[in-house]
Design a protein around this ligand. Structure first.
Ligand code: PA5
Length: 426
């Protein structure tokens, strides 16, 4: 089973010829991306393009994950942005039983949240995975400090070595720390940027700890890689082309809409991918997200009738994975008898179709990406699809989809305010 992309409703709202022209350019960009090697070109960060290259240290990851699942009550995933989003989105969406409680840290500077993490590990058998590409980011660095201090009160040096996993780039300070302390060191490949790290050890260890089927996930990624390779970017190029044609017509926001609340974190991942990759040089569609039907009662009004700068991409799931039938209740006159015998799976589907038609009729260009179900393999398909689409879309826009200079700006001011050595205040 594969993904299915339907762009017809959106294409109708583009200028004639724009999608075809953009598609030709997207395919050319795909060929260029596919031809880049480690030492080629101006993008040294395209190591994610081949899933097999990205997914290193698999045996070590599986072995360590089995140990963690056996020994840990709490597993703390320390990382921010690209260093935690892909794993979190899958863990929260799929939710397999068993294994340790997973706590997310290193993604905030809120004292209250840090205190909650410390509370969560108190008296519990704990393992942590500190993920940081260059190990300069404040959030993971500061959380590692406090977690280390809390754990050192309870664990010997040998136990600490077993319970702390460090994930960073070869040659980084984090690797040195791993060596100095005998910790397991996982590779954050140098040629992969944070938000493109979904198939690397950055995501693979947490997924395995959560009991997710890492092989099925990687198989999904490889299947999409092969499909796109056979079709010069195929549906990823098509999606990039349509959104570019819409951009040219003045559409400035893309709403990613899902009717499965468990896709909330997947939408967060998508927002980070597109926002950080495309929001440059005063360009780029603003990525936004909705979880329906709840958000139909808030953002639904704007989608239907607000400023017409919005496009909408529906993440539609064929098999919701559950069935709940509403039983008739003839003695209770509540006015909902029309629902007798209906399954929530079908009610939700009806709401989704109705929303699609209403928004399209209201002047929103709508794209539908159909997922067979929510499982590991599907996430592999979806992540690879969106990463390629994002890279192509960024190129059509004329920006570098692999850097994030804008993020550095606030960091400079913040580091200066916090008195970090070598950074001058302004
Ligand atoms: O996509 C990116 O590059 C960023 O979102 C990074 O993942 C994020 O800033 C965290 O960086 P690091 O892993 O270096 O702490």
């Amino acid at each position: 089973m594969n993904l299915n992309l339907d762009v017809d409703l959106a294409r109708r709202m583009t200028e004639p010829g724009d999608v075809d022209a953009a598609l030709e350019s997207a395919k050319a960009e795909y060929r260029r991306l596919a031809a880049l090697g480690p030492d080629d070109g101006d993008w040294p960060v395209t190591g994610w393009f081949h899933c097999a290259e990205a997914a290193c240290q698999l045996d070590l990851i599986k072995e360590k994950a089995a140990e963690i699942r056996q020994n840990a009550e709490v597993f703390v995933l320390v990382g921010v942005g690209g260093s935690n989003q892909a794993a979190r989105a899958m863990i929260e969406a799929i939710q397999k039983p068993g294994g340790p409680r997973i706590v997310y840290a290193g993604n905030t500077l809120s004292a209250c949240e840090v205190a909650r993490v410390l509370q969560a590990i108190e008296g519990k058998s704990v393992y942590i995975d500190v993920i940081a590409k260059n190990f300069e980011t404040l959030e993971p660095g500061s959380h590692y400090r406090v977690l280390r201090a809390a754990m050192e009160k309870r664990y010997s040096k040998e136990e600490m070595a077993k319970r702390v996993i460090l994930t960073g780039t070869v040659g980084s300070r984090l690797e040195e720390i791993a060596k100095e302390n005998g910790c397991t060191f996982l590779h954050f490949p140098l040629r992969v940027g944070g938000r493109y790290s979904a198939f690397t050890p950055v995501a693979l260890l947490p997924l395995a700890v959560a009991g997710l089927d890492v092989d099925a996930y990687l198989e999904g990624g490889r299947a999409m890689e092969q499909l796109l390779a056979k079709t010069e970017g195929g549906i990823a190029a098509e999606y990039a082309a349509v959104r570019h044609a819409l951009w040219l017509r003045g559409f400035r926001v893309e709403m990613l809409t899902a009717f499965e609340p468990r896709l909330f974190w997947a939408e967060q991942w998508w927002k980070q991918l597109f926002g950080e990759s495309e929001g440059k040089d005063k360009k780029g569609m603003l990525p936004a997200s909705m979880i329906n039907s709840e958000d139909l009662h808030s953002m639904g009004q704007y989608m239907q009738d607000g400023l017409r700068i919005l496009t909408e991409t529906f993440l539609s799931v064929d098999d919701p994975g559950a069935s709940v039938v509403i039983q008739p209740d003839p003695d209770f006159k509540d006015g909902f008898d029309y629902l007798d015998g209906m399954d929530f799976a079908n009610i939700n589907r009806a709401a989704e179709k109705a929303t699609l038609h209403a928004h399209a009729a209201g002047g929103v260009p709508c794209v539908v990406l159909r997922l067979p179900r929510i499982d590991e393999r599907t996430f592999g398909l979806v992540y690879y699809f969106f990463m390629v689409a994002c890279a192509l879309s960024g190129r059509l826009l004329g920006v570098n989809p692999f850097d994030q200079e804008g993020v550095e700006e606030y960091k400079r001011s913040m580091f200066a305010a916090l008195g970090k050595g070598g950074v001058k205040g302004r």
